[in-house]
Design a protein around this ligand. Structure first.
Ligand code: ATP
Ligand code: MG
Length: 569
């Protein structure tokens, strides 16, 4: 629990705090970490960790390292600068894109700053892990990465240079990989739980990278870039991937009629015009697949089409531009399945299967059909899950209503398979004497992003509220005196006792007013503050404040350690 043994003195600490938010900080964590003197921005996406920020970074790294080591990982450190040749072997030199910062040495050899290390680590084991008997192996490092992000923003959440823990496992079979993957999953669960973070594990779409399975660890916070739905039963998913079970409302009519709907172009307008709920209308969305085939997709009116899901039906799905719609003979704002141009394919959300008659566009500006009947008036080429999942829908695991949240991806675990080992000819000799490529997994934690994610999740109007496990120190002792007297003396003695007892202690021994000390203590976010004042001392007491709850209690001098530990527990 304890990393730092010596008492931190605010009088000497390099942690210039700011009263105002820095003008270029676009998110709470960037504002608070800068104001608390923990980080400084050097340039776009480039940050310095100052002493307090460094302490938190170390705490996080310690937890990551312990869990990696106890789950089969072995720490290494690979070069940050990587040779282009390795990337040519894997075939990624040409495809990685502008996120990779490339450079040449004095001999004109090509290099890049490592955005990730699959190539280096595969090369590392290539000629030395030779037999099935040598596996499994799991190698990891905690190191800087550089990605020349198109839009560095949100402080440490999306920077260009950042600290990552990246691990790579080497197995001889898919079954072996399953075991390695499960071990890493356990390690990650322990890590983020120990850090005191509220997180969810979601299935990731691993389609593009060609792996067979992947999950992301998401810290729940408003600032997150991912939209999640989750349930108390443990189910969680990105809304893009979660299977929706929308409930359309059938509008009962006996036959189809064509209705003039002048000026109606949206579902909201249609619902209002017909005085029916949006869930009784059917929404249309047009696109094309990779072969140029035109598709019109239908979902219940109160839902949106999810393009990722659409691309499972229509591979490479892309929405049509207005011009493409005109060229395809489609009428924006009035599309429907009846009377579509020849050759256009129709897909519809599963939930519409049970809705016999639809209220839907008539492929003619200013007209809609009410009661268009499936099988009689139109047919559907493909039924599929097409909707963006919404909170309130039934959980696919247990049926309870789903809740929604935003998530910050702090880690991802990945079954890579043989993609890199096959390309780079990293092979072992199997039991049957046959050479086979290693079956690999890779596992990343955004260490510096996790630090910022913790602040996003744990803050209030006064500043940061660090979870005890990753706080820069456990307790700050605040003497309400500026010159040496019995108050500073008692505070020093108390700080010494607390440190002796195994706590990480800071003492605000600056020549500052009480208000300044209190504000800084709240801003920096020590989990516990112990205030030593003249009046209390007369009665032998000090005040112990719980930063998270704001609760203050008067405690006898010999009870302080117990009171501090009670807050930390
Ligand atoms: P994102 O989708 O957010 O760009 P990614 O999926 O490309 O991230 P990975 O390759 O999975 O990232 O990297 C592992 C971890 O590194 C991520 O889970 C994330 O926590 C962290 N990370 C990735 N990019 C950045 C960045 N620009 N700044 C800070 N941390 C990052
Ligand atoms: Mg990722």
């Amino acid at each position: 629990m304890k990393r730092y043994t010596s008492i931190l003195r605010m009088s000497r600490l390099y942690a210039p705090t700011l009263k105002e938010d820095p003008s270029d900080a676009d998110i709470v964590s960037a504002k608070l970490l800068t104001r608390a003197g923990m980080i400084r921005k050097e340039a776009s996406g480039l940050f310095t960790f100052m002493p307090l920020g460094m302490r938190v970074l170390h705490k996080i790294q310690d937890i990551v390292r312990e869990e990696m080591d106890s789950h089969g990982g072995q720490e290494i450190l690979m070069p940050f600068v990587q040779s282009a040749d390795l990337w040519r072997q894997s075939g990624r030199w040409g495809v990685y894109g502008d996120e990779m910062l490339r450079l040449n040495d004095r001999h004109d050899n090509e290099f890049c700053l490592g955005p990730t290390h699959e190539e280096v680590v595969t090369d590392l084991v290539k000629n030395e892990l030779r037999s099935y008997k040598d596996c499994p192996k799991n190698l990891y490092q905690i190191q800087l990465k550089f990605r020349d992000e198109r839009r560095p923003r949100f402080g440490l959440l999306r920077s260009r240079e950042f600290v990552m823990k990246d691990a790579y496992s080497f197995d001889v079979s898919e079954e072996g990989l399953d075991v390695s993957y499960a071990q890493m999953r356990d390690a990650y669960i322990n890590m983020f739980s120990r850090m005191g973070l509220n997180y969810r594990i979601v299935a990731a779409d691993s389609g593009e990278i060609g792996g067979s399975g992947s999950e992301e660890f998401m810290v729940l916070a408003e600032a997150g870039e991912s939209d999640l739905v989750y349930c108390s039963c443990g189910y969680a998913s990105d809304v893009e991937i979660a299977s929706a079970s929308p409930l359309p409302t059938e509008y009962q009519v006996d036959e189809m009629s064509k209705v003039a709907t002048p000026g109606v172009h949206t579902i909201a307008e249609l619902a209002e015009f017909l005085s029916i709920p949006e869930s009784s209308c059917v929404k249309a969305f047009s696109g094309k697949d990779a072969d140029g085939q035109i598709w019109v997709l239908f979902v219940p009116g109160h839902y949106e089409v999810n393009e990722l899901k659409a691309s499972r039906v229509a591979k490479g799905f892309e929405p049509l531009t207005d011009e493409e719609m005109v060229n395809a003979g489609l009428v924006k704002g009035s599309m429907g399945p009846v009377g579509l141009p020849v050759g256009v394919k129709v897909a519809a959300d599963e939930s519409l299967r049970s809705i016999a008659r639809w209220v839907v566009g008539a492929n003619e500006d200013g007209f809609h059909y009410v009661g268009a009947k499936q099988a009689e008036d139109f047919t559907v080429d493909a039924w599929a899950d097409l909707c963006v999942t919404q909170p309130g829908e039934a959980c696919p695991c247990c049926g309870k209503p789903l809740e929604s949240a935003r998530g910050i991806e702090v880690g991802q675990i990945f079954k890579l398979g043989t993609k890199y080992s096959a390309a780079m000819e990293a092979k072992f000799m199997d039991e049957d004497g046959v050479e086979k490529p290693f079956v690999m997994g890779c596992y990343g934690v955004g260490v510096s992003r996790t630090l910022a994610a913790a602040v996003e999740q744990c803050n209030d109007e006064y500043g940061i509220v660090w979870p005890a496990a990753i706080a820069p120190a456990h307790v700050c002792v605040i003497p309400l005196s500026t010159k040496p007297d019995e108050v500073t003396e008692a505070a020093e003695a108390l700080a010494g006792q607390l440190a002796e007892a195994g706590l990480e202690v800071c003492i605000d021994d600056r020549n500052e007013r009480a208000g300044v000390k209190f504000n800084d203590a709240d801003l920096i976010g020590w989990p516990v503050q112990v205030t030593v004042g003249k009046r209390g001392l007369k009665e032998g007491t000090v005040e112990v404040k719980n930063r998270a709850t704001g609760e203050k209690v008067s405690v006898a001098l010999d009870q302080v350690q117990a009171a501090v530990e009670a807050v930390l527990a």
